[in-house]
Design a protein. Structure first.
Length: 87
């Protein structure tokens, strides 16, 4: 592995760790909100709104619309299925 590949691999590891940390933070906040009596459906809609509005602010409507257009197939392939129970 040359230096460029090693650097890319290192960057990939850092990004993967940040993704794991982000999901842990969101899961903790989700669990806290559920414990406070907020319905999971309401949380899901709020989370989607927050995520989509942030992505739109960063990448624009067209890019996000293209991303959202791919979600049906990805959901069917279980890319978002986790073994975490839904409350």
């Amino acid at each position: 592995m040359d230096k460029s590949q090693a650097d890319d691999h290192h960057d990939d590891l850092i990004i993967a760790e940040k993704k794991r940390a982000a999901l842990a933070y969101l899961t903790a906040a989700w669990d806290e909100a559920i414990a406070e009596g907020i319905d999971s459906e309401i949380l899901a809609h709020a989370a989607l709104f927050a995520a989509l509005s942030d992505l739109i602010a960063t990448y624009g409507e067209e890019a996000v619309a293209e991303l959202v257009g791919t979600l049906g197939d990805r959901i069917r392939r279980s890319e978002f299925t986790v073994s975490r129970p839904v409350h």
